[in-house]
Design a protein around this ligand. Structure first.
Ligand SMILES: NC(=O)c1ccc[n+]([C@@H]2O[C@H](COP(=O)([O-])OP(=O)(O)OC[C@H]3O[C@@H](n4cnc5c(N)ncnc54)[C@H](O)[C@@H]3O)[C@@H](O)[C@H]2O)c1
Length: 336
C-alpha cells in the first residue's frame, strides 16, 4: 500500500482523489490547495510549505496544479523526499523537464507522469501489433484533432490561455495524442510545423491551430489540430497506413477502434472500448512500480521526448521552420 497526497484540488485533482480511493494498493493521506472544501475526508493543507514541514507519511505527491507550476512544485516535493506523479505535461520546457529528472536521480526518488491514454485497450492493442511486426512496414501515421475551446473555456480558469501557465494547445489539449506516438514508436521527430490563429486572437497568448510533419521510426507522420471547431468538439483520431493493414482509432480518450483491416487475422481480437477514464490505472501502476521496484511506462524519462516534440513544433511554427539546436538532446537518465 502506498500513501498519496494531492497538490491542486481542482478538476483533475478530484479525478485523482477518486482514482486513489478506488485503488487497492493506494490510500489518500492529504490534499493541498489554497481553496479547500470544508467537507474533506482527509487532512487538508492550504500551502505546500505547510504540508512539506508537517507530513511524514506521504510516498507520492500528485502534482495537479497548472502546467506552469509543475517544475517548481515537483522540485520542492522531490527535495523534501517525496516521489511525484506530475499531471501532463511534466513541464513546459525541455530544460525544466531535465532539471526535474536530475533532482529525482540525485535524491533517488521516482517521477511519474499522467500519460494515462497508454492504458486504453485500443492503444495497447495497436502497440502489440507494431511490436510484433503484424503491420509490416508502416508507411504513414496521421493524427487529426478537431476540438472546440471557446471564450467561456478560457474565462473559467485564469491560467488557461497564458504562455507561462498553460503553454499552448499542444501541451494542454493535444499532448496525449503525441504521447501515443512516443509510446508506439522508438523515435518520433518533428520535421516541420506551421500554426494559425483562427478564433482566439484576443483570447489566448498562442495560436489555436496547426499542421505538423514528423517522422515515426521510418514512417512519415502528419498532425492537423485545432481548437476552433464550431460549437463543440468534432473528432480526434489516429490512422496508420501500413504494408499489412489499415487502422484508425479515435474518440477523445482513444478508446474506440474506428476501422481495422488487417492481413494477419491472428492479430484480431475483441477489444474493450467501454472505459474512458484511465486515472485509476495510473495509481495502480505507480503503486506497483514502487512496491516491486519495476520500471514503469509512466516513468518521467518517457515524457522527455513529448516535451521536446512540442517545443520543436512551437519553435518551428514561430521561426519559419528554422533548424533546432539544443544542448540537452543527449540527456539520459541512468536509473528507472
Ligand atoms: N491527464 C489529463 O487528461 C488531464 C486532464 C485535465 C487536466 N490535466 C492537467 O492537470 C493540471 C490541473 O488542471 P485542472 O484542470 O485540474 O486545473 P484547475 O484549475 O481545475 O485546478 C488547479 C488547482 O490547483 C490549485 N493551485 C494552484 N496553485 C496552487 C499552489 N501554489 N498551491 C496549492 N494549490 C494550488 C488551484 O487552487 C486549483 O484548485 C494541469 O496541468 C492540466 O494540464 C490533465
Amino acid at each position: 500500500m502506498k500513501n498519496f497526497s494531492i497538490l491542486g484540488f481542482g478538476h483533475i485533482g478530484r479525478v485523482h482523489q477518486q482514482a486513489i480511493e478506488e485503488a487497492e494498493n493506494a490510500q489518500l493521506i492529504s490534499i493541498i490547495d489554497f481553496n479547500l472544501p470544508e467537507d474533506l475526508s482527509v487532512k487538508g493543507y492550504s500551502t505546500l510549505e505547510g504540508f512539506l514541514i508537517e507530513d511524514q507519511e506521504t510516498d507520492v505527491v500528485v502534482i495537479a496544479t497548472p502546467n506552469g507550476l509543475h517544475r517548481e512544485h515537483a522540485i520542492r516535493c522531490l527535495k523534501a523526499g517525496k516521489n511525484v506523479l506530475i499531471e501532463k505535461p511534466i513541464a513546459l520546457t525541455v530544460e525544466d523537464t531535465v532539471e526535474i529528472l536530475r533532482v529525482a536521480e540525485e535524491k533517488k526518488l521516482r517521477v511519474f507522469t499522467s500519460m494515462q491514454l497508454r492504458f486504453s485497450p485500443v492503444v495497447q492493442y495497436v502497440k502489440n501489433l507494431i511490436d510484433n511486426n503484424c503491420l509490416g512496414k508502416i508507411f504513414m501515421v496521421n493524427i487529426n484533432c478537431y476540438w472546440n475551446r471557446n471564450k467561456n473555456y478560457y474565462k473559467l480558469r485564469e491560467w488557461h490561455g497564458s504562455h507561462e501557465m498553460d503553454g499552448g494547445v499542444l501541451f494542454t489539449q493535444f499532448s496525449h495524442f503525441i504521447d501515443i506516438m512516443n509510446f508506439w514508436f522508438d523515435e518520433v521527430k518533428c520535421t516541420a510545423s506551421k500554426s494559425y490563429n483562427f478564433t482566439h486572437e484576443q483570447i489566448t497568448d498562442f495560436d489555436d491551430s496547426g499542421c505538423i510533419n514528423f517522422t515515426a521510426n521510418d514512417a512519415i507522420g502528419n498532425m492537423i489540430y485545432t481548437t476552433s471547431v464550431f460549437n463543440k468538439n468534432f473528432e480526434s483520431n489516429i490512422t496508420i497506413i501500413s504494408e499489412k493493414g489499415t487502422i484508425k482509432i479515435g474518440d477523445q480518450y482513444l478508446n474506440q477502434m474506428i476501422y481495422s483491416d488487417l492481413k494477419n487475422v491472428c492479430c484480431s481480437q475483441k477489444i474493450s472500448t467501454e472505459q474512458k477514464n484511465f486515472h485509476s490505472n495510473l495509481v495502480t501502476e505507480i503503486s506497483d512500480a514502487m512496491l516491486f521496484n519495476n520500471e514503469s511506462l509512466l516513468d518521467g524519462k518517457n515524457a522527455l521526448n513529448l516535451v521536446k516534440f512540442i517545443t520543436d513544433a512551437n519553435f518551428m511554427a514561430s521561426n519559419n521552420n528554422k533548424e533546432i539546436t539544443r544542448t540537452t538532446d543527449n540527456y539520459e537518465i541512468s536509473h528507472a
